[in-house]
Design a protein around this ligand. Structure first.
Ligand SMILES: Nc1nc(=O)c2c([nH]1)NC[C@@H]1CN(c3ccc(C(=O)N[C@@H](CCC(=O)O)C(=O)O)cc3)C=[N+]21
Ligand SMILES: [Mg+2]
Length: 284
């Protein structure tokens, strides 16, 4: 079997067009465009690429993006003060603080200060708690984007065995909550998991988010499984690759996401969705 490609490019464009239609309806009704504050501290090259993509998709979606490009030496007090100001600014619907932050800044403290109603990354403990309790409000962009990709492709998850490789706060853990909400049976694997290959071999759905190129071997993929690769690793050649050994996995899977052109694009499209959701939920 050769897997079909889960088309993050087409589906992300569809999502952005849907957001655009909602924005246009607001404008036609005399309301303002939704506004997203994008805070970037320092000049990490990968972060600059992602933030650039977010700003570009804001334009396509009709969302106003407000860039705060701060020097790497920004103090925690200054960053906390900026978040407080954005929390109180009625013209700001979403606040995104790009991660990773420079080491002298405590990311947890900064995320916890963001008003949960403006937390379009869905990283605040309040929003993660809501998702854990089956009453999601703002949901983390990457896992929500993965669910959209599966839904729009017509892949049924009820009762399926899902194995997640990686237990991070921004991918693995919230992905487990999303898949559980969709009534899959979920296993979360991490660096101490024993017999990882066997866990993956049993999976109907595999989600890889560890940040190591080709970590999940193609030979582990059960015939007909769905493979979601959240990894984005830049090789020395400059090429991007995922966490899954793509060419071999593709021969076993029924569906697989490419890197680039898969989950990364869905992450950005979902950020646009979360921003208009936040704007509407705030009653603006
Ligand atoms: N507060 C915060 N929120 C995030 O959502 C967040 C973050 N910090 N830190 C880093 C990760 C990573 N991330 C991606 C965004 C776009 C692509 C993306 O556009 N990927 C393209 C290619 C990009 C390229 O060419 O490098 C693709 O996969 O086709 C990927 C990954 C958001 N993240
Ligand atoms: Mg991608």
């Amino acid at each position: 079997m050769t897997a079909q490609i889960l088309d993050g490019k087409a589906i992300s464009q569809e999502i952005i067009a849907q957001v655009r239609a909602r924005v246009d309806a607001r404008l036609a009704g005399g309301k303002r465009a939704p506004a997203l504050a994008v805070v970037l501290v320092g000049s990490d090259p990968a972060s600059q690429v992602y933030v650039g993509n977010k700003k570009r998709q804001c334009e396509n979606a009709g969302i106003t993006s407000i860039a705060y490009d701060l020097p790497a030496e920004t103090s925690e007090a200054d960053l906390l003060a900026l978040v407080t100001k954005l929390n109180h600014d009625d013209a700001v619907d979403g606040i995104l603080v790009q991660l990773p932050l420079p080491k002298h800044l405590n990311a947890e403290k900064i995320i916890e200060l963001i008003d949960p109603a403006k937390d379009v990354d869905g990283f605040h403990p309040y929003n993660i708690g809501r998702l854990a309790l089956k009453m999601p409000l703002l949901r983390p962009c990457t896992p929500r984007g993965v669910m959209t990709l599966l839904e729009k492709t017509g892949i049924d998850l009820v009762g399926k065995d899902a194995v997640i490789v990686g237990a991070s706060n921004i991918v693995g853990r919230p992905q487990a909550l999303e898949l559980l909400l969709a009534r899959a049976t979920v296993t979360v694997c991490h660096s101490k998991t024993k017999d990882l290959a066997d866990k993956v071999r049993g999976a109907d759905v595999v989600v890889a988010g560890v940040g190591i190129p080709n970590f999940v071997k193609g030979e582990w993929i059960k015939p007909g499984a769905v493979v979601i690769d959240v990894g984005i690793n830049r090789l020395e050649s400059g090429k991007l690759c995922g966490d899954v050994e793509f060419d071999v996995a593709r021969e076993n899977a029924s569906w697989i996401t490419p890197v680039p052109g898969g989950v990364g694009l869905m992450t950005v499209a979902t950020l646009m969705q979360n921003t208009i959701d936040a704007c509407e939920a705030r009653g603006r």
